[in-house]
Design a binder for this molecule. Structure first.
Ligand code: FAD
Length: 317
């Protein structure tokens, strides 16, 4: 079923989460062990991230460095198919502009369509570690809005080869990313919201936000989006803080702020067990307020560890 259908049918705020494919060499059961404890809360959909290739350097016995391109977390599409079969849940693969030509994208979408996957989250992806700015493939998309347009075209039966006869339309529900604290490359939040609006005008059906720790940022963002004429559902994404390292890692990696009260509470913790508990309590307070405010769903970033999300879900759903 499409995410928009789940949202339309829901009588209350839905629970959903995102998982990462395991590192290469691990097994699908490792993913099930993350998901199993969360199934009690009846997620109608589970997102599976996509990780593009990375450039790594290996030192040779000669002392020279060998450059290698590796994919550390392959398997997004396979995991989605496995989740469909194993849990009967809608799995949402993330698909990127980065690393894909338009032809690659079309072929990936055909695979997803044949597998019966009805939902995709369309993203640009970040720049590679060896690039300063994002660089699309020679015949790839520069912005997520272009990717959304391609998916929408396929939904209307328009493939890249205009001479294809009787081409069958796909029927993807398209999600896109939104940033309550602004995407780090955008010159201003208003400009970023205009670009978000372009994704919706290109065919996006709903938005999932980047993580935030201060609900007011989400509420203000939703208000600004509505004033800008964006009328699709905006699903808040949250991540419970779990270690002291998150104090610098999460702001650095995701370009988000943490409220002073949360920062102080984490600094005062003596162990990561205490930090995990603070993260759970903060997550419960955030989720309760978002639910009371009528958020369509609350989407949890699991990063492979379900116990804190389970504790929050137990208290809220
Ligand atoms: P876009 O919407 O293309 O925006 C990128 C930047 O370009 C923004 O600053 C925007 O304002 C600007 N922009 C957009 N259109 C225009 C235009 N026409 N002219 C000028 N500027 C423009 N990354 C992964 O690699 N794998 C994942 O699985 C993944 N999952 C994610 C899930 C969520 C919910 C979120 C919020 C992010 C995820 N990301 C993932 C990270 C995401 O790929 C990065 O944040 C990336 O830098 C931007 O992606 P986007 O789709 O928001 O890009």
């Amino acid at each position: 079923m499409k995410i928009t259908e789940h949202l339309e049918r829901a009588k209350d705020t839905l629970f959903s989460f995102e998982i990462l494919p395991p590192l290469k060499g691990q097994k699908i059961e490792d993913i099930y062990s993350v998901i199993d404890p969360l199934m009690e809360f009846k997620p109608p959909f589970i997102n599976v991230t996509y990780h593009r290739e990375e450039v790594v350097y290996k030192r040779l016995p000669s002392g020279l460095l060998e450059q290698k391109v590796v994919k550390k977390r392959p398997g997004t599409v396979g995991i989605c198919a496995a989740l469909h079969n194993h849990y009967g849940v809608d799995a949402v693969p993330h698909i990127l502009c980065g690393g894909f030509s338009k032809e690659d994208t079309e072929n990936a979408l055909i695979d997803l369509d044949f597998l019966g996957i009805k939902n995709v989250l369309a993203l640009r992806g970040d720049s590679m570690k060896n690039e300063t700015l994002f660089a699309p493939e020679a015949d790839g998309h520069t912005y997520a809005s272009d990717l959304v347009k391609q998916i929408k075209d396929m939904n209307e039966g328009r493939y890249l080869d205009e001479e294809l006869q009787n081409s069958s339309p796909s029927n993807f529900c398209i999600g896109v990313a939104g940033y309550p604290e602004k995407h780090y490359e955008a010159p201003s939040l208003n400009n970023d919201i205009e670009n978000l609006k372009a994704k919706v005008e290109a065919g996006a059906d709903y938005i999932i936000t980047q993580m935030f720790f201060d609900n007011q940022k989400y509420f203000d963002f939703v208000d600004r989006c509505r004033r800008a004429g964006i009328d699709v559902p905006i699903i808040p994404g949250i991540k419970p803080v779990a270690t002291k390292k998150h104090l610098s890692f999460l702001p650095h990696f995701f370009k988000v702020d943490m409220p002073d009260d949360l920062v102080k509470a984490i600094i005062n913790c003596k162990t990561n067990i205490e930090v995990r508990q603070i993260g759970i309590e903060w997550g419960i307070a955030q989720a309760k307020e978002l639910k009371a405010a009528g958020a369509p769903a609350i989407h949890f970033y699991s990063m492979g560890k379900p116990d804190n999300i389970e504790a929050i879900a137990k208290a809220v759903f």
